[in-house]
Design a protein around this ligand. Sequence first.
Ligand code: ADP
Length: 260
Amino acid sequence: AQEIGRDLGRLLSIRRALLVEQDAVEELRELDVYKSRLIATVAHELRNPIAVTRTRLETLAELVDGADHGAGDAGQALDAMSRAAARMSRLVEDLLLLAKASDPTAEDHEPTDLTPHVVSTVQLVLDSADRPVGAVHLDVPDEPVVAPVDPSAFEKVVANLVGNAVKYTPPDRGVRVSLLRQDGRVVLRVRDEGIGIAPEDQARVFGEFFRSADPAVRQQPGTGLGLAIVERIVTNHGGRVELESTPGRGSTFTVVLPAG
Ligand code: ADP
């Protein structure tokens, strides 16, 4: 009876410890949701003033272009301000997307044929590139590739991975995007022949605000939030992202999602 009493005592203290831990986990989860909401609210409030600033800067740039006196210096200053405002705008949009991806209930998963979303998003990335980019080869099967996804979240995954691939690959090298079904799963693979990622950075690229110190990366615009957004969206869909990369040779990002 004494031994049973001791065991019972031990079980009770384990249970108490588990309950405390559960409370702590729950509290952390609530804090995380609160943090995401705060970020979303601040980002949302900044959207409008940044948009106004950008429009007014454009008007000023036109006025300065039209005037001949001192236009050189003023033009350069306005150019720098426009670039800074564009950077702020990218940051605010990415913060909003990160906050949204941190709230899985904000997504609406429905059986979707992924092929048209991949095709149109790749096209959109190519159309919105602000510098010459290399060729993007698309490998998609003829039959539908259906998975339960939130279509706009899935498009964000494709846009960020393909956007990075073309951003970090010289224009004379290629990018290959493939979509396939494999053992009840859907695989989206984005392979580039670009600058690659150093082994010590590979585990860090999915972190918030991480950008490699490589000058070839710092030359390109970016917020360091793209892959954090990708990872959260993929996790919300019950999937995973894998990365293989060799510096100077290229990178392959593979997204595996449960098929419908
Ligand atoms: P961003 O591209 O805005 O800097 P991301 O979160 O999309 O932010 O990527 C984080 C970092 O990972 C990049 O800054 C870069 O160092 C590295 N990276 C991501 N994709 C690639 C790629 N395809 N090739 C080389 N480096 C990459």
